[in-house]
Design a protein around this ligand. Structure first.
Ligand SMILES: [Fe+2]
Length: 311
């Protein structure tokens, strides 16, 4: 029994030396600035979350991520468990925040009581004329060009040093459930794709994923859901036309099944557009997966080899 069941991921925070370059990239990625508070620039997606990305100027670093608590009572419960204060959240939407540090020193913020924003209007993609039944009759498919329509933040993938420590840390506090445990050899667990526990309400296949990489702990990527496949492809063309650096994609993951498109922001942080991911209820349980499934694709571009270490 966990202290709370976190509802979802809420946001990510970054510190970067070239704030102007980062802001330009994020606009082309599809995020929308909603203001500056206490030195942070806040950006939202089209969904109702008041913000999902925060960035400020300084030496480049990943400054942590936020999880959404169901309500203030849950926020107080989990804060009390670790003896950390609940403080006002000085950000768009207001609310309250408690700040934690995971076993690898990664900042984890839990938020609650935010005032939701009015969702931004989006153009829903028309029906696909799939081969087994044509639904779109005398309507012509046209896809808008420009940045993808980002709906929400979906997950982070963390590099960790010790899964045996990290897994209970997240599960005990936030009630995360394993969708797929990463086992490079039978009964050798080095990470997991974990989802939120919302009972019979389906949630993303993974909200927080972590894996022992052998490298330093921190963020491997943050990921944002877009409107659909055409929207993802149009966003890919847009980022490419602006001269940004594609990282991996386009393809379809095995674990989570998302169609993915990874980019490097101007400071080298990896960031993902995805669509059409798997949804699981708490009762759907979890599985195990080898590295071939973690890194493999159902179709599309294979994961590029990591850059050679210096020297
Ligand atoms: Fe991802």
């Amino acid at each position: 029994m966990s202290i709370i069941n976190a509802v979802d991921i809420a946001h990510v925070r970054f510190v970067v030396p070239d704030l102007a370059a980062q802001r330009a990239f994020l606009k082309d990625f599809g995020l929308i600035e909603v203001g500056e508070q206490a030195g942070w620039v806040y950006l939202r997606a089209a969904g109702p979350a008041p913000f999902c990305y925060a960035v400020r100027e300084g030496d480049a670093r990943f400054a942590g991520f936020g999880l959404l608590a169901r309500d203030l009572a849950d926020l107080h419960a989990v804060a009390a468990h670790d003896g950390v204060p609940v403080e006002p959240l000085d950000a768009p939407g207001g609310g309250w925040i408690a700040r934690f540090t995971d076993p690898d020193g990664i900042p984890v913020e839990v938020v609650a009581g935010q005032t939701l924003a009015e969702p931004l209007p989006t153009v829903r993609p028309d029906t696909w004329n799939e081969g087994d039944g044509h639904q779109r009759i005398a309507r012509f498919r046209r896809t808008a060009t420009g940045p993808s329509t980002v709906l929400r933040i979906g997950h982070v993938l963390l590099s960790i040093t010790d899964f045996a420590r990290t897994e209970p840390w997240y599960k005990d506090r936030f009630g995360l459930l394993t969708s797929d445990e990463i086992q490079p050899a039978p009964n050798v667990a080095i990470g997991a794709f974990m989802r939120s526990n919302q009972g019979e309400t389906p949630s993303d296949h993974h909200t927080v994923a972590c894996v022992q990489t052998g490298g330093p702990p921190g963020l491997l990527h943050s990921a944002f859901e877009v409107l659909g496949l055409d929207n993802l492809m149009a966003g890919h063309d847009h980022l490419k036309a602006q001269g940004y650096t594609p990282s991996w994609g386009i393809g379809r993951h095995i674990l989570g099944s998302q169609v993915f498109d990874y980019w490097r922001d101007p400071h080298g942080f990896e960031i993902e557009h995805w669509t059409d991911g798997d949804q699981l209820r708490a009762s759907d349980g979890g599985g195990r997966a080898g590295m071939d499934q973690v890194l493999g694709v159902q179709w599309g571009m294979q994961m590029p080899a990591p850059p050679a270490p210096p020297g």
